[in-house]
Design a protein around this ligand. Structure first.
Ligand SMILES: *Cc1c(COP(=O)(O)O)cnc(C)c1O
Length: 421
C-alpha cells in the first residue's frame, strides 16, 4: 500500500462522525463542509439547555463570553499558531478589513513609516479580498493608498519595483479557482525582505492541509470555518496576529480596527470612553453568535482528534487519483486540468475548465455528485479526506464521463443559472 492508501485507511473511521446524505458524493467541502454529528448535539444542547433553561446566566455558567477566544485557541493549534494569537469572530471579509487596517497601523509604528502606502495582492485573489482593499483605499483617501493587483508570476518583480513603499502583501494561499498553492514560507520571506508585512488568507487552507504560520513567521492571517472546517453556513471566521505584533500594538495602545464594545478593555464597565483591549481581543467587535459558535467548537473538536499530516497524505492521494481517472475516462471531451499536477503546489481541490462547465456541473449534481462552478468556466471539486473515499472519487469520475458521453449538459434544465453557483 502507498502512504496515501495507508492514510485513507487510518482516517476511514471519521466518515461516520458526519452526516452524508444517501446517494450523494460530496465534493464541495471546499465551499460548505458537511454536518458533523457532534454539531447536532452541541447546537441542541446550546439551544435547549443553555439558552432555554440557563438564559442570560449562560454567558457565565456556559462560558459563552469566552467562546471567541476558546475557539480561537483551538484554531491556533490547527494552523501552527500559539494560544492567544487567534480569535474567532465575524466574517472573513470583515476580518480582512481589520487585518489590513492593523497592517497599516503596524507600519505606522516604524520610524521609516512614511511612504509605505502600497497594498499588493494577486489579481486572481477571491474578489472579496480585493473589494475590501479597494474600500479601504476609498475610506482612507487622505492616506493615498496605492493598490497593486498583479498576476502571480509578476509578484516578485512588483515587490522589487515597489520596494520600500510596500506596506502589506495580501494573498490567499490556495487559489479558489485553480487550487494552486503559494509556498507560504518562501513567499513570506520575500515579502518581509522588502520590509512589508505578510497577510495570508487561509480560506482554502485551514483543515485542508497542515499550516505553520509561526514556523513561516507570518505576520497576519484570516480564514473561514464553513469550508474545510465543517462549522456550518455562516460560521464565525478568524483573525491571527503574531504575538510580536500584538505586543507592539499593546505597547503603543494602538486603537482597535473597529472599536466595538467587545474590543474594549472592560466591556462591562460601560465607560463612555473607549480603551482598547490587550492582545487578540482587539479584533472582536460585538456580541458573538453563540449558536454558530456551538457548531464551530464541535467541528474543531473533531479536527483536533485528526492527524493533519495524514489528512494531507490522503488528500494528495484523492486529488491525484481523481485527475488520473478523469484524464483516463474523459479524454478528448474538452476538459482541461486547471490545477497544478505537482501536488506540492496543490490545495485539496481539483478544477477542470470547460466552456459548458456550468451545465456539466448541474448534470453532475442531478446525479448526486456535488461539486461547484466558478465563472467563467471552472468545474471545481473539493476533497476532504475525513469523509470522502477513494470509491467516491472513482464513481464521480465515472459519472462525469457519462454526463459528457451522453451530452446531458445540453438539456435545458441544466442551463438555467441560480443565484448561487
Ligand atoms: C470563501 C472565501 C472568503 C469568504 O468570505 P466571507 O466573508 O466569509 O463571505 C473570503 N476569501 C476567500 C479567499 C475565500 O475563499
Amino acid at each position: 500500500m502507498t502512504a496515501g492508501n495507508n492514510a485513507l485507511a487510518s482516517l476511514a473511521g471519521f466518515r461516520d462522525q458526519f452526516v452524508i446524505p444517501d446517494g450523494v458524493i460530496y465534493l464541495d467541502g471546499n465551499s460548505l463542509g458537511v454536518l458533523p454529528k457532534a454539531a447536532i448535539t452541541a447546537v441542541r444542547r446550546t439551544v435547549e439547555e443553555e439558552w432555554g433553561q440557563g438564559l442570560i446566566r449562560s454567558w457565565n455558567t456556559a462560558d459563552w463570553v469566552n467562546a471567541p477566544r476558546r475557539c480561537g485557541d483551538k484554531i491556533a493549534r490547527l494552523i501552527g499558531a500559539d494560544a492567544g494569537e487567534v480569535i474567532a469572530c465575524d466574517s472573513t471579509s470583515l476580518n480582512l478589513f481589520k487585518a489590513l487596517v492593523t497592517a497599516l497601523q503596524l507600519q505606522s509604528l516604524r520610524p521609516d513609516a512614511a511612504g509605505r502606502n502600497v497594498i499588493v495582492s494577486d489579481i486572481d485573489n477571491f474578489p472579496t479580498d480585493l473589494y475590501i482593499a479597494q474600500g479601504l483605499q476609498a475610506l482612507l483617501a487622505e492616506r493615498k493608498l496605492e493598490l497593486r493587483f498583479v498576476k502571480r508570476h509578476e509578484l516578485e518583480a512588483t515587490l522589487r519595483e515597489v520596494g520600500s513603499r510596500t506596506a502589506v502583501v495580501m494573498l490567499t494561499q490556495v487559489d479558489y479557482r485553480s487550487g494552486g498553492r503559494y509556498v507560504m514560507q518562501g513567499v513570506t520571506e520575500v515579502v518581509q525582505s522588502h520590509g512589508a508585512l505578510m497577510l495570508w488568507d487561509l480560506a482554502h487552507s485551514t483543515c485542508a492541509f497542515p499550516v505553520s504560520l509561526n514556523a513561516c513567521k507570518a505576520d497576519l492571517a484570516v480564514g473561514c470555518t464553513y469550508k474545510y472546517v465543517n462549522a456550518g453556513p455562516g460560521a464565525p471566521a478568524f483573525v491571527f496576529a503574531a504575538k510580536r505584533h500584538l505586543d507592539a500594538l499593546d505597547a503603543a495602545a494602538v486603537p482597535a480596527p473597529i472599536s466595538g464594545w467587545f474590543a474594549h478593555e472592560a466591556p462591562f464597565a460601560f465607560d463612555p470612553k473607549f480603551r482598547v483591549a490587550r492582545g487578540v481581543e482587539r479584533f472582536t467587535v460585538g456580541t458573538p453568535p453563540i449558536l454558530q459558535f456551538a457548531a464551530l467548537e464541535a467541528a474543531l473538536d473533531v479536527w483536533l482528534s485528526a492527524d493533519m499530516n495524514l489528512v494531507r497524505e490522503a488528500s494528495v492521494a484523492l486529488t491525484t487519483r481523481f485527475i488520473a481517472e478523469v484524464e483516463q475516462h474523459c479524454g478528448g471531451m474538452g476538459l482541461t486540468l486547471a490545477t497544478p499536477r505537482d501536488s506540492s503546489i496543490r490545495g485539496s481541490q481539483v478544477s477542470f475548465r470547460h466552456a459548458e462547465g456550468y451545465a456539466i456541473m448541474q448534470a453532475l449534481i442531478a446525479r448526486g455528485v456535488i461539486g461547484d462552478f466558478r465563472a467563467p468556466d471552472i468545474l471545481r471539486f473539493g476533497f476532504t479526506p475525513l469523509y470522502v473515499t477513494e470509491a467516491d472519487v472513482v464513481a464521480a469520475a465515472s459519472h462525469l464521463r457519462d454526463v459528457m458521453k451522453l451530452r446531458e449538459y445540453e438539456r435545458a434544465e441544466f442551463r438555467a443559472r441560480s443565484k448561487v453557483t
